[in-house]
Design a protein around this ligand. Structure first.
Ligand code: FAD
Ligand code: NAP
Length: 313
């Protein structure tokens, strides 16, 4: 039986592996369905990870993590987890694609989140070259330039406000004339000097060249087109939390989640089930940053060590 199963090998999972094995747990496996590194490996530039000055790609940032995190005995199995469930003896059953099952005393779920795509022409082609889903990550690249934001929820409006402090102007494009974001944030957006609302409009396509995005072609409900010459477009049309491993056969979740499917944890990354922890983008109120995910992984691992010790076996 494993002391600890870690699901996901992004910044949270890798750091959980480092801290749990260096902290004394001996039988720890990180199940990562692909190469370790996580979603940040899709980023063309990261400049807000402390200790790494200058511009590096996400791939370069994560290159050295697996070797360091596996130095103390963490094992990586390149396998997809399909479900985590409870055994009668309160240990965990980790079910793998292909039918294999593994028993573990404790589990840290670090499966991250996936920003939704809006589905317009050019979105995939220019993703990471002007099309972004992270204002904290990429906003600074457009300092004193004009950018566009797509979406009408809390995330889009909050991020539009964030960008309005960095960029010269923000065009907020929304497909309806009212927002689903909370009234308080809508009011702040309305009061902003450099956010222009482009309502009842959707994006027809994003265009550019080998260097990146050059503009956004929009169309309103009457069919009128408008061409915005902006080098950056931020898409905030919702997030998919990768929580499917927690779904049980009856459709319920193994532990408490909020209305958006984010795992409810306390400051120790403990879920509502003893021995089950969640870290990184999958948890409630996650700032969705590499440094935060790594911190969560360390916290969860330290608490998992105490939990396994408390079992006294
Ligand atoms: P993830 O990085 O999402 O890792 C989860 C891992 O779990 C993945 O490797 C996935 O393959 C694996 N997994 C999922 N389900 C399963 C399963 N069922 N079985 C096995 N494995 C599974 N943050 C910053 O701090 N600065 C930036 O500049 C920045 N730029 C970004 C740019 C882009 C384009 C994107 C997409 C994100 C960016 N972020 C940035 C956010 C940052 O990448 C995330 O906050 C961070 O990676 C979250 O780490 P995590 O470990 O929680 O999850
Ligand atoms: P969201 O509430 O689902 O909003 C997504 C927005 O994107 C909606 O305005 C939607 O338009 C639009 N949209 C969806 N698909 C689109 C497409 N293909 N093309 C164009 N527009 C599209 O997502 P979110 O803003 O990420 O928020 C998720 C949850 O987290 C919400 O419940 C939110 O309240 C919560 N949240 C809370 C806070 C906070 O409390 N401070 C902050 C962030 C998020 P329609 O409105 O027309 O559907």
């Amino acid at each position: 039986m494993l002391d600890l199963a870690i699901i996901g090998g992004g910044p949270a999972g890798l750091t959980a592996g480092l801290y749990s094995t260096r902290g004394g747990l001996e039988n720890v496996v990180m199940f990562e369905k692909g190469m370790p590194g996580g979603q940040i490996t899709q980023s063309s530039e990261i400049e807000n990870y402390p200790g790494i000055p200058g511009e590096v790609t996400g791939m370069e940032l994560m290159e050295s993590w697996p070797a360091q995190c596996m130095k103390f005995g963490l094992k990586h199995e390149m396998k997809e987890v399909t479900r985590v469930s409870l055994n009668d003896d309160k240990t965990f059953k980790v079910s793998l694609a292909g039918g294999e099952e593994v028993k573990a005393k404790s589990v840290i779920v670090c499966t991250g989140s996936t920003p939704k795509r809006a589905g317009f022409e050019g979105e995939d082609e220019f993703f990471g070259k002007g099309v972004s889903t992270c204002a904290t990550c990429d906003g600074f690249f457009y300092k004193d330039k004009e950018v566009a934001v797509l979406g009408g929820g809390d995330t889009a409006l909050e991020e539009a406000l964030y960008l309005s402090k960095i960029c010269s102007k923000v065009y907020l494009i929304h497909r309806r004339d009212s927002f689903r974001a909370s009234p308080a944030i809508v009011k702040r957006v309305m009061e902003s000097d450099n956010i222009e609302l482009v309502l009842n409009s959707s994006i027809k396509k994003v265009y550019g060249n080998a260097m990146g995005v050059e503009g956004v072609l929009m169309v309103d409900k009457e069919g009128n087109e408008r061409d915005l010459k902006v080098p950056g477009i931020f898409i905030f049309v919702g997030m998919n939390v990768n929580n499917s491993v927690l779904k049980q056969s009856d459709g319920s979740y193994l532990c408490d989640v909020n209305d958006w499917g984010e795992v409810i944890v306390d400051l120790s990354m403990k879920t509502s089930i003893p021995g089950l922890f969640a870290a990184g983008d999958i948890r409630i109120e996650a700032p969705k940053q590499v440094v935060c995910a790594a911190g969560d992984g360390a916290t969860a691992a330290i608490k998992a060590i105490s939990y396994v010790d408390s079992l006294g076996e």
